[in-house]
Design a protein around this ligand. Sequence first.
Ligand SMILES: Cc1ncc(COP(=O)(O)O)c(C=O)c1O
Length: 450
Amino acid sequence: MHQIAEPRRAADHGRTSHRAPGAPATSTTPGAPFPVQYDRTVQHDRPALHDHPAQYDRPALRAALAAASEDALIYDLDGIGRQYAALCSELPGVAIRFAMKACPVDEVLGHLARLGSGFDVASPHEVAQALRTGVAPRLIHYGNTVKSDRNIAEAYRLGVRDFATDCLEDVAAIAEHAPGSRVFCRIATTGEGALWGLSRKFGCSPEDAPRVLDAARTLGLVPSGLSMHVGSQQMTVEAWAAAIDSLAAVLEALSRRGITPDRINLGGGLPALGVSDRRGRPLVPPLDKMFTTIREGMERLRAIGTAPLGFLLEPGRHLVADHGAIRAHVARLTSRRRLDGSREDWLYLSCGKFNGLYEMDQLQYRLEFPTHSGGPFVDAVVAGPTCDSDDAYAQEGSPVRVPRAIASGDPVWVHSCGAYATAYATRGFNGFAPLPYTCVGGPALDGGDA
Ligand SMILES: Cc1ncc(COP(=O)(O)O)c(C=O)c1O
């Protein structure tokens, strides 16, 4: 069996629980602004294999990783398709608008479009890429509340008629440059419970939302609905419940003003399943409970409106994260003495923050060393290849267990890194080019540079 990297926690020296007896099951991720929940049952010193069983049920992806002789980012289209189908069956009748930013790869977008997905876009360039899949413009939702006059006019020219908004200035600009369009007022959320909160930059208060939609109506736009985002890699059910409470309050206020939205956009935020936090603790989201809360929430919101209410969802990470993996290689395993005299081992990989693993300072991806079947091991800090200290796993986090015999050039598989990998790769920081990508499964085997 291949060696699966086992995250180790520097602070607890091998105890089997990261939580003191009786302590709450909520803990704060260093660097993450809000408390994040962890599974009470996970034994964090056992091999990662048991912690994330789902990621080992990926035969096509594993076969492609094994076949790769050079570094590449590999997407499993059939896996993404299964994830899409599973989401649709959990939330029947909800229209999916895949958040393109999470994976702007033509083959992935084309596959999702064939399955019936529309797209959440944030710029005219994304509109154009979405249209290349053959999707109808009415299935494209411009979910970015931040847009210039030129952005709005160009999206409108390309056929987009649905726009998110959150302020009077943006409403006036949409009325001028995209006349008659439908607008969705984004309600601010706290972002609590998410690894990335998306809280202050977007959304207005629930109290202001009726004013924004009222202004839209006055200016000849269609006050179509509300939108929100609970924060990316949201780990709590409570965040969904709180957002639905806010939506309910705004719907009631709108109905008092005679505004009857026909759609609610529930945003993104559904989690990846195969990653750990920056200290190496598996992130185990209560996904079933989240779906139950969303389903019940939709019923509640439907009961408020006087007109039929449809729902949209803009998942990004949840559809692609666990169905993408990187075949990388070892640059070097080193051991050095620090200024305080202690010894520290580092595993430098051929890919890192700037060419595929942008989120590595907030997450730990699972590493697999396919050419090494056993120990002895060292506990190493994992880092990318560039001459930049940000290009590393969080250094106050746990080191990763690495076979001591690993050598420069040996392959390393990085799991569950399919979200936010291609678009965040730099154009070649320090000369390390973005990884080429390839897709397996789906109707065609295609590839190229991301
Ligand atoms: C407007 C909007 N919708 C959807 C998403 C996708 O979020 P996630 O990847 O957490 O599902 C984002 C991500 O930032 C977003 O900004």
